[in-house]
Structure formats: C-alpha cells, structure tokens
Design a protein around this ligand. Structure first.
Ligand code: GLU
Length: 505
C-alpha cells in the first residue's frame, strides 16, 4: 500500500466529554495520517440513542479543534464516503445485515431477553463462560423470514464459523482468539439498532479505513470484527491497540485523579501544544528514546507506529505542568495575552474586549509572573496584587514581618512614603533613588529595607520583582481601567492613612 493512501479514523461516541485516553487515540490517528500525508476521518458513533447527546457531539468537535486537530472528512462538512454519523447510516447497516442473511452468514434470533438471561445463569452455575447457545441457527431461513414478516421481534446474529481469528497487532504483535470462545454476536438488535461491532466493520470497510488505531479496551472486540470481515469476504484493516492510561496509583485514570478531559485541561489553562506534546509521549517515544520537548511539527515528522509503547502509561500531571511551563514561556507575548485574557476576565480582574494599550500593558503584567505559574488558571491569583490593593492586608502583614524593629520600620516607611508622594509619576530608577536616600538616612538596607516596602506597596510578602511592579502600577493607573489599578503613590498614601492599624504599638 502506498503510504499516502493511508486512511485512519477517530470514532468517538458522543456520550460525554473527551477523556485523555480518547484524546490520545485521536492524536495518534491524526499524527499518523499527517506523517504519511494520508486522510484523517472523524466519525460519530451515536447508535446508542439513550446515551448519545447532540451537545456532546458539539462539544467534542469544539474540543478537538481546541486541541489543534483537524479532520479531512467528518460530520460537519461531509466528504466522499459519508455520512459520517452512524445514526444517518441505518439503511446501510440494514442492507448489509440482510446481505449476510442471504449468504447464510447471519440468521434471525427470536430468543427473548428472559430466555437469554436464563441460559446465562445456567452457564455461570455450571462454571462455564456464558455464550449464546446458537439455538435459533436451527430455524430454517424461510420460517424465520415468515415470522419476521408477521411482525415477530427478532435480532440478527452472525454465524461464527471455525475461523482463525488472528491478527498481527501493530502494537501487541501476533494476537489470536479461538472462534470457540465467541458466541454468535448480535449484529442488529430486535429494535433495529445496529451493534457496535457490526456498525464499526461496515463503516471501516466502506470508508476505506486502512489502519484502526484505538484503545486496548477494544482488543476483545477485534476477533468479532475479524469474523465479520471473514463473513463479508472483506480485507480487514491493520490494527494497533494503544495501552490503557493509568493514574499515579496505577488504577485506570478517572475523574477522581483530577483533570482528565480536554475540557478540564482547557479550563485549567493548559496550552493545547503542551498537551499534544505530553500525550504523544504518553505511549510513544521518539527514535532517539530521550527527546521530550517536541513541537507539533516535530511530532508529525517523527511519529511512527513502531515506537508505540506496549505497557500501560501512567499519567503524570507534574510532567504536563513542566511542559506547559515550557510552552507558556515560548509563546509570543501577543498570543500569551490572548490566551490569558479569558482567565483574567473570568476572575473579574479585567473587562473584555481588551484594547491595544491595555494589551500592551498586559504584556508587562504577564512578563512579571509567567515564571511563577504552571497553567493559566493560576494567573488571577498570581496577578491579584496588581489589580487589587488590599491596604488592610498590607498593614496587617507588616506586623508579621519577622524580627521587625517596629519603630525603625515605621520611620523607614514614613520616609519612603514622603519621598514617593513628592513625585507626580514615578519611574523605577527614581523609586530606587528614593530607597537609596532612605538607606543612607536610616542605615537599613537589603531585605530590611525592601521587604517592608514590598509589603506596604503590594499587601503581599512575595511576588514579582519591584523593578517590574513599579512600572506596571504606574502604567496601569494611567490606563484608568475598571476596576482601577492603583499607582505607587495611591498605594503609599492609602497605606500611610491606614498605617495606625500596624503602627499603633
Ligand atoms: N465508538 C468507539 C469508542 O468510542 C470506537 C471504537 C473504535 O475505534 O473502534 O470507543
């Protein structure tokens, strides 16, 4: 096969948010398609009418786009082998199931749910693996068709034959199942709904899928699907089953481990490029076995199914955070501002839309704190001291400064305040000069000088360098934002007015 004819698909069921496992499956299919200049198909498997919801499909498409994946054929804009939503392919499944009946590979089954349950219980009691007995195989085709025509409810089952159900899994190697352990699977339920294994084979074949890359929870479905390929006389695709993703406690990754859906990573402020890098490494390694930072272009260039890791992968939020920090720092400033604004707006710190001078000022703000955060939802707390000046907290914190010599600190701050209040607008160099003068006058220097000043100015014991904060306060105040950012002088004036809270001793 020419590699450019490669066709892969991501086939999610719209029954919930896109989980890490599925996101990684989508990503591996996409990388494989893009690497080989093949086709990436998005197919919505919504035959489970009770659990499928339109809103999940909408969210799914949006989440995949946010994740940075694009598809060449899909439910939103179609393609040559559509429709790409299983609910719109019912007639095809029906037609194909009748074809199998015609060819003697499938039959109508009239067993009731109670009968099947009874059989199941008997098998369990006898210590046997429950498996359909094949009772309805015996019914002559004409009799069965007459009963169906008369309105009797019937499912359609595949007649499993003595087939060799083996495949060379591109991840797990030679894999085989004996056809004895597989009961005749249902293809179409009595209500007319196609079973997953049937719809998936019909679709993969009709959509010319060459490689099925999916989670290893589908390994046990594969022999049933291979049986269907045999019954139809179709060439099966190649299969690659990706290992399960586990949490740090080695239990299957689930919500209780924290963020696990694309939606939650987005809300956390993980960048899609960081997540793509991280999830690719979660189950694949580059040829050199060690490079960890690979941008998407490099991933596309290097991706191959040969280097997929067989063993279960353990999800490591710390490593994702580390990669996210890397990509946050790499992001050109205007893009970082764009990514950050929704988080600041959500926290009520700024209002949208953000116009140019504000965007430029936000570049200074982000530059001051970007080294201090792992992901963008931590941003509001990291920048709060810029947007909100809590004078009470400033005055109270002053009392907690270790080994503070109250009288001396009071004196020092008084001088800083009066120095600053003499200025209309202050630059950092001028601010430094004032501190230098106070240092000369009081003999206090280093931490003893800077720390009380920082606390008085920001209300916090730690934070970005004053060299960055001073211009941020000054320029922010000049922008007259709502709510307003207070200038250095405003802060110091408020502080000295409220200082009796601290200085009363
Ligand atoms: N709808 C199935 C799922 O979401 C797709 C399985 C497959 O890729 O064959 O698990």
């Amino acid at each position: 096969m020419k590699m450019e004819n490669i066709r892969v698909r991501f086939a999610p069921s719209p029954t919930g948010y896109v989980h890490v496992g599925n996101a990684r499956t989508a990503l591996f299919n996409w990388l494989f398609a893009r690497h080989h200049k093949g086709t990436f198909v998005l197919r919505i498997e919504d035959t489970d009418v009770e659990r499928s919801e339109k809103r999940f499909e909408t969210q799914l498409l949006e989440d995949l786009k946010w994740f940075g994946l694009d598809w060449d054929e899909g439910p939103d804009f179609g393609g040559p082998l559509g429709p790409y939503r299983q609910s719109e392919r019912q007639a095809l499944y029906r037609q194909r199931s009748l074809e199998l009946i015609e060819r003697g590979h499938a039959y109508y089954c009239f067993c009731s749910a109670e009968q099947l349950e009874e059989e199941r219980q008997e098998a369990l009691k006898a210590g046997r693996q429950p498996q359909y007995s094949g009772r309805c195989r015996q019914i002559p085709k004409e009799d069965a068709e007459r009963r169906v025509a008369a309105g009797e409810p019937a499912a359609i089952r595949l007649k499993i034959m003595d087939w060799n159900l083996a495949w060379n899994d591109l991840v797990h190697g030679e894999t085989s199942f004996s056809s004895d352990v597989i009961g005749d699977p249902i293809l179409v339920r009595s209500g007319g709904v196609p079973a997953y294994n049937f719809a998936v084979v019909v679709d993969d074949h009709l959509m010319n899928i060459t490689h099925v890359i999916r989670g290893d929870d589908h390994i046990s479905n594969t022999p049933r699907q291979l049986a269907l390929y045999k019954a139809f006389g179709w060439q099966p695709p190649q299969f690659a089953h990706l290992s399960t993703i586990l949490g740090g406690d080695r239990a299957r990754l689930s919500k209780r481990h924290g963020a696990t859906s694309l939606e939650s990573f987005r809300a956390m402020g993980i960048l899609p490029e960081a997540l793509r890098n991280y999830l690719t490494l979660l189950g694949w390694s580059p040829a050199d076995g060690k490079t960890e930072i690979l941008d998407t272009e490099e991933l596309v260039q290097q991706f191959s199914l040969d280097h997929i890791i067989k063993s279960a992968a353990v999800f490591d939020q710390e490593k994702l955070n580390w990669l996210n920090r890397h990509y946050l720092k790499q992001l050109p400033m205007p893009e970082l501002v764009e990514a950050a604004v929704p988080f600041l707006a959500h926290a009520g710190l700024i209002s949208e839309p953000v116009v140019l001078p504000v965007a430029e000022w936000l570049e200074l703000v982000l530059d001051a704190v970007i080294n201090k955060i792992d992901y963008l939802s931590q941003l509001p707390d990291a920048v709060r001291l810029i947007f909100e000046y809590d004078v009470r907290k400033a005055a109270e914190s002053m009392g907690t400064i270790e080994s503070a010599d109250n009288a001396a600190t009071r004196e020092l701050l008084k001088r800083v305040v009066s120095g600053i209040l003499e200025e209309r607008q202050i630059t950092y160099p001028r601010f430094r000069e004032i501190l230098k003068e106070v240092q000369k006058e009081t003999g206090k220097k280093g931490k003893e000088l800077f720390h009380p000043v920082r606390v008085a100015l920001t209300g916090a014991e730690s934070g970005p360098e004053l060299e960055k904060l001073v211009p941020i306060f000054e320029k922010g105040a000049a922008l007259k934002l709502k709510p307003p950012v207070k200038s250095v002088a405003e802060r110091m004036r408020e502080f000295s007015n409220t200082a009796h809270l601290f200085f009363c001793g």
